[in-house]
Design a protein around this ligand. Structure first.
Ligand code: PHB
Length: 398
């Protein structure tokens, strides 16, 4: 659907709304004063394999905003939430619903890279801000970077790149890669390959099940036959839990060291029980980072949600800080594009993951931690790469 057709489609869909639709044409932006609510469009997965990720992002973001007084730049907030189902074909229409039909001031989302790529197109066409609290699609902070697009999470390359060096240091020379067949999987695999092959390692096979399939058996049989020194995988959410269990049940965990970006274990290692023991991962967060802000955040999240915080909750929390600080700088005027971009480009976020700033391509420059699950806990082993920035190749902000 073209942008023009999409607007027409949305107009038709809203035609039955009568007066309510007419009322929504009244400018609700800063023009009529600070009292107008700021509309935040939250487009995240609330169903499917990434559902838990979407909920943790949402709950932690709201928790942080409430800690900051519950307003953005003095304006009350109206949240408009939409379940994107991690379905890329629905991405553009869903983003249009939030930006065109519902007239959200800022779009926040999402988890799945394919959906985020669609959202970025719509946000650009509509000249709206997009804040990404997870999806790591590298294009969005490389050749398709853009002035009104910011990421508070990571690029898919970022947590993966240090992992290749970790595997080499552990003495491994050959690896099999297994990931879902979509941008996040390819880009994560590339990060691992970049460092592993540069240091002399060899990738002997890449196994690519479709997203979000959890039929891992054929791949595991192949791994058993290939006998690599180690295995690197990108899976997350419910799929990651199933993979860890299957890898263990196939008898591979005891024989072939498993690595991945920390999405493999975050939020699911407790449920995986002994199947997660020994898995080594690299990520821009670790549960046991020993700082007051991390401890306070974990306790507050547990208290409010009865769930343990994970990297997704951290990213939601930091998105809350990002919105609070940026909008405070412009007194809630989302229309003050230049000033808001400047404030966000210069932001420093005190995060449970450690303090971070943004690169020129609007992407966190952050420490990547090495973690390993043992005795039922995910332990921080050290920093795998200090202050790592995505290369941002091809980003011109044109
Ligand atoms: C992505 O699609 O970019 C993605 C999804 C889930 C993760 C990490 C990255 O945990």
């Amino acid at each position: 659907m073209t942008a023009h057709n999409r607007r027409r489609f949305i107009k038709q869909a809203g035609a039955g709304m009568g007066l309510a639709a007419a009322a929504s044409f009244v400018p609700t932006r800063f023009a009529i004063g600070q009292k107008a609510k700021i509309k935040l469009g939250l487009m995240l997965p609330y169903s499917g394999t990434y559902a838990a990720l979407g909920h943790n992002i949402t709950d932690a973001m709201k928790m942080r905003i409430n800690e900051g007084g519950g307003k953005l730049g003095g304006r009350e907030i109206e949240y408009v939430q939409l379940d994107d189902e991690s379905a890329p074909p629905k991405g553009k229409d869903n983003a249009s619903r939030l930006l065109v039909r519902d007239k959200c001031d800022i779009l926040v989302g999402t988890v799945h890279s394919g959906v985020a790529l669609a959202m970025a197109q719509v946000a650009k066409e509509e000249n709206k801000f997009l804040v990404i609290p997870n999806a790591g699609a590298v294009d969005l902070t490389r050749k398709n970077c853009s002035a009104k697009l910011f990421r508070t999470s990571f690029s898919n390359w970022q947590p993966a790149f240090p992992c290749g060096d970790v595997a080499l240091k552990d003495g491994h020379k050959t690896a099999v890669i297994m990931t879902w067949k979509y941008p996040a999987g390819f880009e994560s695999a590339q990060g691992f390959k970049d460092s592993f092959t540069k240091g002399g390692g060899k990738i002997i096979k890449e196994i690519l099940p479709d997203f979000p399939s959890v039929e891992f058996q054929a791949g595991l049989t192949e791994i058993a036959a290939l006998k690599p020194d180690c295995v690197y995988v990108f899976f997350a959410g419910a799929g990651a839990l199933k993979f860890m269990k299957d890898y263990d049940a196939a008898g591979l965990k005891a024989r072939i060291q498993l690595y991945g970006p920390g999405f493999l274990t975050d939020g699911v290692y407790k449920q995986a029980g002994s199947a997660a023991e020994g898995i080594k991962t690299t990520l821009h967060y670790a549960d046991d980072i020993d700082t007051p802000i991390n401890k306070k955040f974990r306790a507050a999240f547990k208290d409010q949600t009865k769930r343990d915080a994970d990297v997704y909750a951290v990213q939601g929390y930091d998105t809350g800080t990002f919105l609070l600080q940026g909008l405070a700088a412009v007194q809630g005027d989302v229309g003050a594009d230049k000033a808001l971009i400047k404030a966000w480009e210069g932001i420093k976020i005190d995060s449970p993951r450690g303090t971070f700033t943004l690169s020129k391509s609007h992407e966190p420059i952050q420490d990547i931690y090495l973690r390993q699950v043992y005795s039922g806990d995910e332990k921080l082993l050290g920093i795998a790469h200090k202050a790592l920035a995505d290369p941002g190749t091809g980003c011109t902000m044109a």
